[in-house]
Design a protein around this ligand. Structure first.
Ligand SMILES: Nc1nc2c(c(=O)[nH]1)N[C@H]1C(S)=C(S)[C@@H](COP(=O)(O)OP(=O)(O)OC[C@H]3O[C@@H](n4cnc5c(=O)[nH]c(N)nc54)[C@H](O)[C@@H]3O)O[C@H]1N2
Ligand SMILES: Nc1nc2c(c(=O)[nH]1)N[C@H]1C(S)=C(S)[C@@H](COP(=O)(O)OP(=O)(O)OC[C@H]3O[C@@H](n4cnc5c(=O)[nH]c(N)nc54)[C@H](O)[C@@H]3O)O[C@H]1N2
Ligand code: SF4
Ligand SMILES: [Mo]
Length: 754
């Protein structure tokens, strides 16, 4: 399998790193910088340089294995155009400056903008690649010190639907299971995630099980990928119709008597919510769901519309295949793990499809025990650890939500600020935050560890917004990007192991890394940049720590938000010592499966206890199929789907600077189905023009190469800043999670004749 490389580790040839080691290599542990799998790495440091990487055999995540990005990760520190100095835009031009000038200017701008336009005119847009201390300091500064809820992060465009899925079904965020489920499940159903390329080490872990036992891997997808090549079955469906497929599976389960009656009676309630909920494409869009008590009888009645034969045409999946899928879930002797990522989250009904996959597991009682696991995979190394747990979203606090007075009091108490300082209303979710910048309500935005001028949907509108006259944009990054291009101030950041920090991965595992290297030039950690500005704003008392002790002190303070059996986190010393520790960490013990008394000390009753919800009962939701915001029509006859490739990380700012990764996939392309290519008279390598209602792009056709979209669909990866596919995508989102749908919009496709 090409997915995960089996090399024992890479020591770079002399021409790639100047000052090659003379022998003594000091190995130190860290989580990988890249994906949410959170592999443990050992980085070899010699003469102040990172010179080698191998998988950490002590890490329960990857047990010594890495993928190509992990093995090459440290090379991403050393490209020749690393940002080492700050820049300030003067008379329209970015000019070198000193760190003091840059930090002074940021603080001064924030002060005057707050004075003239109010607190809600300043904002921060961070990342699931923020370390936990970065996110914690950002939240404390903006929510606790300044007093605005203008805090968002790119995990909104990645994991928000997963979060609202968890909250609406279970009342608490993050998976009940863990990676050990891979070692127990008999059936793996992948709901539109390309695991071979995006979560390669977990994919290898799954394939490894197939070598040892009788397991089945089902790839349910809208596009054939490398994952399909390794799966036992690929079932292709039409975009968005996973909603109907999940309901049809539930229909079959109930109809065939495969429901676990005892489990459902004792541990679940049925709810229904609003329907026809819109798409959020207009400014100021608002939506609030209203859960209503429902019943199994109503669910059964509702599911009559989803008989497999009735949804064949809508979904493009035969009744036979749906029945086959249902039989896997329904078999009482099989343990089932469902896995998903952006196919289900970047979806205008993202919360609903998360709910519906939980329904399948709840109806069959296959949940919260080893191998029975609806498992929402995370994308970024700390979308869980930072954005979800620290709560760097407009409505969130490190414990709970801003709307809840008790939660505001907890935060005010720990932060030592007046409780009135923390506003009780959320302001803007990510898309609306960029709209507010465009409208002029927001004047100042600080962007850290994210590259939105490549990754925000409907990009033309929001790029124009950043360039408006009285907007002030600060960008902290490690390399020049399309986002640093629009900055008024660029701050050079210390990257990953050039500073100390923690990440938290998909399976509730928190991982610490120490500072192993000196950052280049004046580069400074994102945490410390924020602290420097906080002090200039007059909040030195709230951020009293030193450069040497701040990470430890922040951890101690932050831990107070997560005490107790439901979310206790490990002390600093334990984190330093081990290759990751899972929460809830209770009395020195990790919790691997939540909501079952056998594994979870927070359960108050014997057996299952879904203690996030009243009476300890999980919610089964009645959620219909509703169409996407934009579908192909006469003028724009193709689906546009977008995503990633194995070798590159997101916008390619790091991986395209690693020669081997860059050479593997040097530029973006558009994948076409061979029959569509033929009809368009296009062969591999020809230039093709794609146009949506929002923008157009010309790129090289890829036919029968890595992936293959279904007929009537094209796929473009977004790693190449030379081809900004988000100029074409639509900023429609799930009304509950506010996560945009990057997987579906309508485009026209033609051969480009120059
Ligand atoms: N190599 C690499 N690995 C990464 C990343 C990276 O940049 N590079 N990024 C990380 C991050 S942040 C993320 S979020 C993950 C993303 O991981 P994935 O979600 O696995 O990857 P994507 O390429 O974004 O999405 C691809 C899949 O979306 C599915 N899809 C499209 N439309 C629909 C639909 O309507 N319903 C369903 N159910 N599926 C649909 C398609 O089947 C397609 O294969 O990867 C993480 N891992
Ligand atoms: N079309 C389309 N668009 C998408 C998606 C899609 O599937 N399709 N997926 C969405 C998803 S799921 C995600 S997660 C986002 C990801 O989108 P982004 O977060 O915008 O993409 P990254 O390339 O990860 O950006 C991280 C930036 O941080 C910089 N960086 C690295 N280390 C550090 C550091 O220590 N400090 C600082 N300050 N900077 C650092 C990198 O150089 C890079 O510019 O993209 C979203 N956009
Ligand atoms: S699978 Fe993810 S965490 Fe593991 S080495 Fe690869 S990129 Fe890093
Ligand atoms: Mo993501």
């Amino acid at each position: 399998m090409a997915a995960a490389s089996m090399f024992p580790g890479i020591v770079f040839p002399k021409d790639q790193i100047v000052g090659q080691t003379n022998g003594a290599i000091n190995w130190k542990k860290t989580p990988c910088r890249f994906c949410g799998v959170g592999c443990g790495l050992l980085v070899g440091v010699s003469d102040g340089k990172a010179v080698a990487v191998k998988g950490d055999p002590a890490s329960p995540v990857n047990k010594g294995l890495c993928c190509v990005k992990g093995y090459h990760s440290v090379m991403a520190l050393y490209a020749s155009d690393r940002l080492t100095k700050p820049y300030i835009r003067r008379n329209g031009k970015l000019q070198e400056a000193t760190m003091k000038e840059a930090l002074d200017l940021i603080a001064e701008k924030m002060k005057t903008i707050i004075q003239e336009h109010g607190k809600d005119a300043v904002s921060i847009y961070g990342s699931g690649q923020w370390t936990i201390p970065d996110g914690y300091v950002a939240s404390k500064l903006f929510k606790g010190a300044i007093g605005t809820n203008n805090v968002e992060a790119n995990a909104r465009v990645c994991m928000a639907s997963a979060v609202t899925g968890f909250i609406t079904s279970f009342g608490m965020d993050e998976p009940m299971g863990c990676y050990e489920d891979f070692d127990h499940a008999d059936v793996f159903v992948l709901w539109g995630n390309n695991m071979a390329e995006m979560h390669p080490v977990l994919f290898s872990r799954m394939l490894d099980q197939r070598l040892k036992r009788d397991v089945k891997i089902i790839d349910l997808a809208t596009r054939t990928t490398r994952t399909s090549a390794a799966a036992d079955r690929t079932i292709l469906f039409k975009p968005q119709t996973d909603l109907a497929i999940a309901n049809a599976i539930c229909y079959e389960i109930i109809h065939n008597g495969w429901m676990n009656d005892d489990f459902v009676r004792n541990h679940c309630v049925v709810k229904s919510g609003k329907t026809n909920i819109g798409y959020g494409t207009e400014d100021h869009f608002k939506f609030k769901d209203e859960p209503k008590a429902s019943s199994l009888a109503e669910l059964k009645h509702f599911l009559e519309d989803y008989k497999p034969e009735k949804v064949e045409e809508l979904t493009g999946v035969s009744a036979k295949d749906i029945k086959y899928l249902a039989s896997l879930y329904g078999n009482p002797n099989k343990k089932v793990m469902s896995l998903w990522c952006m196919g289900m989250n970047q979806h205008t009904r993202g919360t609903w499809i998360n709910n519906l996959v939980y329904n399948i597991h709840l109806l069959t009682g296959k949940i919260s025990t080893p191998g029975n696991s609806p498992f929402s995979l995370t994308g970024q190394p700390s979308a869980c650890g930072t954005v979800r747990e620290v709560g760097t979203l407009t409505h969130k606090l490190p414990h709970g939500v801003v709307m809840n007075e008790k939660h505001r009091k907890i935060a005010a108490d720990i932060w030592k600020v007046p409780v009135e300082r923390i506003p009780s209303k959320p302001t803007y979710h990510t898309v609306e935050m960029f709209r507010a910048l465009d409208r002029g309500e927001i004047k100042f935005m600080w962007i850290q560890v994210t590259n939105p001028m490549v990754t925000i949907p409907n990009l033309n509108r929001y790029r124009d917004a950043t360039k408006k006259d009285d907007r002030f944009i600060v960008v902290s990054d490690v390399y020049p990007t399309p986002t640093t291009d629009i900055a008024d101030v660029i701050l050079p950041a210390a990257m990953w192991i050039e500073r100390e920090g923690m990440y938290g991965n998909s399976e509730r595992r928190t991982q610490h890394f120490e500072q192993m290297l000196q950052p280049p030039g004046e580069a400074m950690s994102d945490t410390w940049q924020l602290i420097e500005v906080a002090r200039r704003l007059g909040y030195e008392k709230l951020f009293p720590w030193t450069e040497e002790n701040h990470v430890e002190k922040i951890w101690e303070e932050y831990s107070r938000f997560h005490e107790g059996a439901k979310h206790g986190i490990a002390p600093y010393e334990v984190l330093k010592e081990r290759s990751g520790v899972q929460w809830p960490y209770v009395n020195g013990k990790e919790t691997k499966w939540r909501y079952h008394s056998k594994y979870d000390p927070a359960c108050e009753k014997e057996g299952y206890d879904f203690y996030g919800k009243p009476e300890g009962k999980a919610w089964i939701w009645i959620r219909p199929y509703e169409a996407p915001a934009e579908s192909p029509d006469r003028d724009y006859p193709f689906w546009l789907n977008t995503g990633r490739v194995l070798e590159h990380w997101h916008t390619g700012s790091m991986t395209r600077r690693v020669p081997v990764l860059h050479q593997a996939v040097p530029s973006a392309y558009v994948e076409l189905h061979p029959a569509d290519a033929k009809a368009l008279n296009v062969v591999n390598g020809d230039l093709v023009k794609l146009a949506s209602r929002r923008g157009e792009i010309v790129l090289r056709a890829s036919v029968d190469e890595r992936g293959q979209p279904t007929r009537g669909q094209v796929f473009v990866p977004f790693f190449d800043e030379g081809y900004l596919i988000n100029e074409l995508t639509l900023d429609a989102f799930c009304p509950i999670s506010k996560e945009p749908d990057y997987k579906k919009c309508a485009v026209k496709v033609e051969k480009y004749l120059g």
